[in-house]
Write a protein that binds this ligand. Structure first.
Ligand SMILES: C[S@@+](CC[C@H](N)C(=O)[O-])C[C@H]1O[C@@H](n2cnc3c(N)ncnc32)[C@H](O)[C@@H]1O
Length: 250
């Protein structure tokens, strides 16, 4: 049986993004009274945390992916979810009290435009917050990309992506005209009982790392898997996943 995109995403990234939603919502200062928007919600890792904190009826979620929006609506009754990109949010100005984006700024077509839109739909003085995996000093995919680069120095890791290196996410907030910026980080430790549990989701074709694995010849895929096994600690092992986090006032 093939997995749906939402289930594959959960296996690959949800294992890190679900726990990350807790410190990220804390960093953003939730719960607040009023309405909250989750931008780039995916299947709903952050949405679930927000619904738990402020009630599902106060949470709206958007994502350009039709399948993710459908999965989210099935999983989180009471949450309003619609298809939309960050750069073009279909809401009137100042409608939300807090607007958050977890692991999304790095994949936006126009990160500054997306953040500017997030601020536009947030009431004056309300919270705009975002986080992006640290691709340089300790994100969850570091062990994978380090091994891939050891075998092929030409491999491009995520460190070139917007917001993924120290200070860059705050620079994007400044460029979007967002005030009172707090530049920080949030982190989670995720335990993996077996090496295979850690590796298997990389074979599901999710995200650039999944595309990379899918494009490797079988012997090179095996070499990458075995180098990862050699470099990671004996199971059970913990992956410490850090994300840069920034909040500001709309
Ligand atoms: C790494 S996932 C994060 C999902 C979820 N926020 C989480 O923490 O698990 C990135 C999400 O951003 C969405 N996305 C891609 N481009 C986007 C854009 N321009 N605006 C908003 N979301 C976008 C993708 O469809 C995907 O669901």
């Amino acid at each position: 049986m093939s997995l749906s995109d939402a289930d594959a995403y959960d296996r690959f990234m949800g294992r890190y993004s679900r726990p990350l939603a807790v410190p990220f919502a804390d960093f953003a200062g939730l719960p607040l009274d009023g309405r909250v928007l989750d931008v780039g919600c995916g299947p709903g890792a952050l949405t679930a945390e927000l619904a738990g904190r402020v009630g599902p009826g106060r949470v709206t979620a958007v994502d350009p992916s039709e399948e993710f929006v459908a999965a989210l609506l099935g999983r989180h009754p009471g949450v309003d979810a619609i298809r939309a990109p960050a750069e073009d949010l279909p809401f009137e100005g100042g409608y939300f009290d807090a607007t958050l984006a977890q692991l999304v700024v790095n994949v936006m077509d126009d990160p500054v435009g997306g953040l500017r839109e997030m601020a536009r739909v947030t009431r004056s003085g309300g919270v705009v917050a975002a986080c992006v995996w640290d691709f340089t000093e300790g994100g969850p995919l570091g062990p994978f990309w380090d091994a891939a680069q050891a075998l092929d120095p030409e491999v491009e890791t995520g460190s070139v992506l917007p917001g993924s290196r120290r200070g860059h996410l705050a620079d994007l907030f400044h460029a979007a005209g967002i005030d009172d910026i707090v530049d920080g980080a949030v982190a989670v430790d995720v335990e993996h009982a077996k090496f295979e549990d850690w590796w298997e989701p990389f074979t599901l074709g999710v995200a650039p790392s999944g595309t990379y694995v899918a494009g490797l010849e079988p012997d090179r895929r095996t070499a990458l898997r075995e180098l990862c096994r050699e470099r990671l600690p004996e199971p059970p092992f913990v992956i410490s996943a850090k994300a840069w986090a920034v909040r500001g006032a709309a």
